[in-house]
Design a protein around this ligand. Structure first.
Ligand code: ZN
Length: 454
């Protein structure tokens, strides 16, 4: 293992109240496209909806964490409100033609949606990632609540009061109550035989080992299953989005990349999957999240299938990765932002969003479709250790939140987790998730289809 590279320097412009307001309201209007043009702001501009300024000089400094939140009940949930210093005041004060929001939900929404904590904290894990353990979501226990959507719900109530109009939440694919984005990172296509062969060898069962080896040499691997994955997903009326890993050599830090190469035969199979409705995207290999030239080389290999991106091992350096996605000039969306260690909402938001560019104070041009649940998160030595029967009960409250706010539920199920030998986070558990989503009316969309709706 080599020494981790130093973090890129902070390169952030001070974020004025006007910039926070513009960034947050842009996203509010994406969720409520018919919201009338009611003036919303801080008291100095005397808008119809006044938000108490509770941020002080926080956004002029480089401090990762705000003061601890105040908790209030909203829509039947106990919600943390950051930048809320008037615990005794009601959240909303409504009067004729006016509304006052007595907690700074604009600053709180901006703080969470922009990923401020990740940008300004220096802590990273052994994969160079912002650790869940260092997050406010972990500290205050709200990783499975899309808190920003609750803040927007407060704002929606104020806008409806002032305007006298009902706000409609954006719907997906016409009228679906929420959307689901079913994705597969393809790290391995050739290693399904290894674990059973090793087990046979360890138990001294040489005949069984020989059979495994012979099978490996003469038959397709159990993980060489892209068509099975696509067919399984299609059986629920859904389409797969595949993220292909192009690098076989391990990263310079020794982290493994793909166990397969993109051969002409594999390209042909991907072409066929595409024709059948799947989407093919890039799974940026180790190193690409920190090196635009490296990312650019992989873009060239996979072109034209480079609308969407997810980094291998969910590698993401907040101070540089978003900039290099923009610089690559081909990606329209990314879907890396989830915590590997826990399912839920890394930016406390259950809709796609445009990540904040700290250098310019504007939004990036690519869309982030945040990742909510990955198979390995649910059962892994470093992550959770849920038993198979505990998986759906654990996920249901989070999925219900996505449905409540007509959001997008992004699921990552690796192709090797479709191996029937995996009985913990395998095909059966995937079927349970799909069996939950489908009858609830989820619109199953690929990344490009989600883009096309915005
Ligand atoms: Zn991967």
């Amino acid at each position: 293992m080599s020494v981790p590279a130093p973090l890129p320097p902070i390169n952030a412009a001070p974020v004025s109240a006007a910039k926070r307001l513009a960034y947050v309201l842009r996203h509010f209007r994406l969720v409520y496209p018919n919201a009338p043009d009611v003036a919303i702001g801080y008291a100095d501009s005397q808008p119809a909806i006044t938000v108490t300024d509770g941020a002080g000089t926080f956004f002029q400094q480089n401090t990762p964490y705000p003061a601890e939140p105040n908790y209030r009940d909203w829509a039947g949930q106990r919600i943390p409100f950051f930048f809320d210093h008037q615990a005794e005041a009601p959240l909303l004060t409504l009067s004729a033609g006016r509304a006052a929001i007595n907690a700074d939900i604009i600053s709180a929404a901006f703080y969470l949606l922009s990923g401020w904590q990740e940008y300004f904290l220096d802590t990273r894990d052994r994969h160079g990632r912002f650790p869940y353990a260092a997050s406010v979501q972990k500290q205050y226990g709200f990783v499975a609540l899309p808190v920003v959507n609750y803040y927007f719900d407060v704002l929606k109530t104020a806008v409806e009061h002032v305007s006298g109009q009902r706000l409609q939440t954006r719907r997906w694919a016409g009228a679906a109550p929420f959307a689901a984005f079913i994705t597969h990172d393809i790290d391995n296509l050739r290693s399904g035989w290894k674990a059973p062969a090793k087990a046979a060898l360890k138990q001294g069962q040489l005949l069984r080992f020989g059979q495994q080896l012979w099978r490996h040499l003469t038959q397709p691997d159990a993980w060489d299953n892209l068509e099975t994955v696509a067919d399984t997903v299609a059986s629920y009326g859904a389409r797969s989005t595949f993220f292909m890993l192009l690098e076989r050599r391990p990263g310079v830090d020794g982290t493994p990349n793909a166990d397969y190469a993109i051969t002409p035969a594999l390209r042909q199979r991907l072409q066929l999957l595409k024709q059948q409705g799947s989407e093919i995207c890039l799974h940026g290999s180790i190193g690409t999240a920190a090196d635009v030239a490296h990312l650019g080389r992989e873009v060239k290999i996979l072109q034209p299938d480079t609308q969407g991106l997810r980094f291998h091992y969910l590698r993401w350096e907040p101070r540089s990765t978003p900039n290099l996605i923009d610089a690559a000039e081909c990606f329209r969306y990314d879907s890396t932002l989830g915590f590997a260690e826990h399912f839920g909402f890394r930016n406390s938001y259950c809709h796609p969003f445009f990540p904040f560019n700290f250098a310019t104070g504007e939004a990036h041009t690519f869309l982030e479709i945040p990742l909510n649940v990955m198979d390995a998160t649910l059962h892994h030595p470093n992550y959770l250790q849920l038993q198979p029967q505990d998986i759906m009960p654990a996920l249901q409250p989070m999925l219900a939140e996505v449905e409540r706010f007509v959001g997008v539920a992004t699921v990552l199920w690796h192709n090797d987790h479709f191996d029937p030998a995996n009985t913990v986070t395998g095909p059966r558990q995937f079927a349970e998730i799909m069996g939950y989503l489908r009858p609830r009316g989820a619109a199953f969309l690929t990344g490009s289809q989600i883009m096309a709706e915005l």
